[in-house]
Design a protein around this ligand. Structure first.
Ligand SMILES: NC(=O)c1ccc[n+]([C@@H]2O[C@H](COP(=O)([O-])OP(=O)(O)OC[C@H]3O[C@@H](n4cnc5c(N)ncnc54)[C@H](OP(=O)(O)O)[C@@H]3O)[C@@H](O)[C@H]2O)c1
Length: 244
């Protein structure tokens, strides 16, 4: 039985990690988070929740005490403003790991930081913060870190056919939340995998089945249709009469 603490467990990827980890008999899970109401009740009942902010170094160190491994899925949602959350959060986590002799951490990064890839202009601030965290980790030779580097993350189930590769993406430019979670938990549980991917950037790509792809396409078409309808009604003045 491994003791695992998860940061960012209320985010898209983090919730997939908590959901999967809570069903795993090999894991005893603690989630360090700010908004417990975001965790479904069936998951909440199977894990320990500690409330706190990742920017509080002392509380972060306390929750890491006695753990075997850490997962970090920290992020800023769709906020594209300058931030230091991830880099400062990772520093606090590593400091806590050193204080309590915990060595293994698996994190979510961004595929933009894989060799030879460039960030999108609109995402340059969040990428810069991931890069600060990565540059810091590269100096932490005493910590066994693995950074998972997804391209676009999509809220979708485990596919069983996802691929990982060191320093590159091998295939699609999408990764499902549950594939990323599965990979991160494998890095926590499997000693051979942990050894092979230690101190590496690992690209991850999911391959959606035809049916899954079609469902996503349909959602996209419905969204486009709704957008076009609202735009037309607004332009024709009909909506302006109702919401002047
Ligand atoms: N979106 C994409 O397509 C994409 C692609 C590649 C990589 N990424 C990266 O992947 C990572 C995970 O993305 P995601 O979309 O799964 O994450 P997300 O939905 O943005 O969730 C971020 C998590 O971080 C937590 N958090 C933020 N500030 C915190 C603080 N001060 N203290 C404690 N927890 C805090 C949030 O908690 P609260 O619920 O309390 O806010 C939430 O649980 C991000 O770093 C993102 O940059 C995203």
């Amino acid at each position: 039985m491994k003791k695992l603490v998860v940061f960012g467990g209320t985010g898209r990827t983090g919730l997939a990690v908590l959901t999967r980890a809570s069903q795993d008999p090999e894991l005893q899970v603690t989630a360090y988070l700010r908004k417990p109401e975001k965790v479904p009740v069936n998951v909440r009942s199977k894990i320990k929740i500690v409330l706190g902010n990742v920017l509080d170094a002392d509380q972060v160190a306390n929750v890491i005490e006695g753990q075997d491994a850490v997962i970090s899925c920290l992020g800023k949602g769709f906020n594209i403003c300058p931030t230091t959350l991830i880099s400062e959060g990772v520093k606090n986590i590593v400091q806590g790991m050193r204080e309590h002799g915990v060595k293994r951490i698996v994190l979510v990064g961004v595929a933009f930081l894989l060799p030879g890839r460039k960030t999108m202009f609109i995402l340059k601030e969040i990428t810069a913060d991931h890069e600060r965290a990565l540059n810091y980790l590269k100096k932490c030779k005493d910590i066994d870190w693995i950074m998972s580097m997804p391209p676009q993350i999509i809220d979708a189930p485990y596919t069983d056919t996802y691929k990982v590769a060191i320093n590159k993406l091998c295939g699609s430019k999408k990764a499902t939340t549950h594939d990323i979670a599965h990979w991160m938990l494998t890095c926590v549980k499997d000693e051979e995998v942990a050894k092979e991917y230690k101190h590496q950037l690992v690209g991850i790509s999911s391959f959606l089945s035809f049916k899954q792809g079609l469902t996503r396409l349909k959602i996209g078409y419905y969204g486009l249709f709704a957008f076009a309808l609202v735009g037309t009604l607004w332009y024709s003045g009909w909506l302006k009469n109702i919401f002047p």
